[in-house]
Design a protein. Structure first.
Length: 96
């Protein structure tokens, strides 16, 4: 018995581009379903790499946040020279 489900997939254009690239490189026409199944098999074999990528995305700051932080920077004056390295230690979870 097969269960058929539908998943909303926002990367249709990327999938079609991948399908075309695969064809150009291999001269084999794979269906989108075949490509997605292959992707899942590769992902399952490289599970740790997937987890690392997910954690990296979750912890990374996007460009808008970085720009906002830099735009709000203020010179706190004399005596705050070490503040930058202290902020880096906190931001990047570095050991003292």
């Amino acid at each position: 018995m097969f269960l058929v489900s539908t998943v909303k997939f926002d990367l249709q254009e990327d999938l079609e581009e991948l399908q075309a690239r695969i064809y150009l490189d291999t001269k084999k026409k794979l269906s989108k379903k075949d490509i997605l199944e292959l992707t899942f098999r590769i992902g399952a074999k490289n599970y740790e790499q997937m987890i690392q990528e997910i954690q990296r995305e979750k912890n990374s700051l996007n460009d808008l946040i970085i720009e906002s932080i830099l735009d709000s920077a203020v010179d706190f004056g004399e005596g705050t020279e070490k503040l930058s390295s202290q902020i880096n230690k906190i931001t990047y979870n570095l050991e003292s």
